[in-house]
Design a protein around this ligand. Structure first.
Ligand SMILES: [Zn+2]
Length: 104
């Protein structure tokens, strides 16, 4: 059996897959970026829609934190970056293959 996406044998296939075992590429994930205002007027950039099985949220969080030079965390399956970094985050996600949308 070969993978229908990369045509490699299943053991050699490294395509990202979701919890049901279906191939789910970064570009096919409906990623949304929004900036929320939290307590004391602090802004948080929230990135949702990244599949936690097909993609490694911890690695993405680390990259986004570096890119924005800001703190961040994973909360309820969404990545949160402190501050308003929507544009920077979108550019970074672009580089990782995600097609994200900024929701304002
Ligand atoms: Zn594959």
């Amino acid at each position: 059996m070969t993978c229908s996406h990369c045509n490699e044998p299943m053991d050699a296939c490294a395509c990202p897959r979701d919890a049901s075992g279906e191939v789910l590429l970064a570009k096919d994930q409906p990623v949304r970026i929004r900036v929320e205002k939290r307590k004391k007027g602090k802004h948080v950039t929230v990135i949702s829609g990244i599949d936690p099985v097909a993609s490694d949220l911890a690695t993405i969080l680390k990259k986004l934190k570096n890119a924005c030079a800001a703190g961040g965390t994973i909360s309820d399956g969404a990545i949160e970056i402190q501050g308003d970094h929507a544009d920077r985050v979108q550019k970074e996600l672009d580089g990782l293959g995600f097609r994200s949308r900024i929701v304002r």
